[in-house]
Design a protein around this ligand. Structure first.
Ligand code: JDK
Length: 251
């Protein structure tokens, strides 16, 4: 997969995109990451990328000309045109489902804004606007790296057979069961006996129940969407049955 990033802070991508799994994916050629400095598409002495907002108000806005020039020149390079994604607090929620969809694209062009945001006309070039959550960051660079990380680990050949995302299907849409490694006893906290029993059937059942209980307690919204067996659905029926709401008449 080819990923082009447009940013005024290309240096922000250097070490996070070189480390660990992402670095390996680039070494293997599974991920070709190209980080472009937006200022290369400016023409004034100060390499200006922002301007004051029409209508007034606080802060500055990303000018349209450098962004149009950058996106169009990257799209006109040899190869697939690419899916243009703009990171913005007003975007559609990024999720594992969206990551899976993006992982099937040959090429992504990720546009990172700064200041109070981007001139509205630039969004006419976007195939997709994404938010990584309901909080306000200082720019689109961290969201772009979050998207690259989540998408890259889904590409074939990136994870080893061990860490492969295949076994994740077992707990699709649930929070994770607890993990333990050696020592068996640490500061009086012991590893559950079942995990040391060698009984893989019992281990799988225990993990499934732990995942269900944790999801029910912390994220009942996820449990409602999850693929549960009929007996599991019965055990958590209290979360599924609609609760009658008080009818206060027409007070
Ligand atoms: C891209 C600039 C900073 C954007 C104004 C008023 C309520 C805020 C600052 N998920 C997520 N969080 N943050 C981003 C993101 C922030 C960005 C840019 C992505 C480009 N910023 C910024 C907007 C405001 N706005 C209404 C929300 C302030 C993505």
């Amino acid at each position: 997969m080819i990923v082009d990033v447009i940013t005024i802070f290309p240096e922000m991508f250097e070490s996070p995109m070189r480390a660990s799994i992402l670095g390996n994916a680039r070494m293997k050629g599974v991920l070709e990451l190209r980080v472009h400095d937006l200022r290369d598409w400016t023409h004034d002495r100060h390499r200006t990328t922002d301007d004051v907002p029409y209508g007034g108000g606080p802060g500055m806005v990303m000018k349209p000309e450098p962004l149009f020039a950058a996106i169009e020149s990257i799209q006109s390079m040899p190869g697939p045109r690419g899916t243009v994604v703009i990171l913005t607090p007003a975007g559609a929620p990024f999720s594992q489902t969206v990551a899976g969809d993006l992982a099937s694209r040959e090429r992504l062009i990720l546009v990172c804004g700064r200041y109070e945001g981007i001139d509205e006309r630039v969004f006419s070039l976007a195939d997709l606007e994404l938010s990584i959550g309901d909080f306000v960051l200082t720019g689109g660079e961290l969201p772009a790296m979050v998207v690259i990380d989540a998408v890259t680990r889904l590409l074939p050949g990136v994870l080893g057979d061990d860490e492969s995302s295949v076994e994740e299907s077992f707990t699709q849409g649930l929070l994770e069961y607890p993990h333990y490694t050696r020592p068996a006893s640490f500061r009086g906290m012991v590893v559950p006996d079942v995990l040391r029993s060698g009984d893989h059937q019992r281990i799988a059942a225990w993990r499934r129940e732990q995942a269900l209980a944790k999801t029910a307690a912390r994220r009942p919204d996820l449990l409602l969407q999850a693929d549960l067996a009929p007996d599991e659905r019965l055990r958590y029926a209290h979360l599924f049955d609609p609760q009658p709401t008080a009818n206060r008449g027409n007070e």
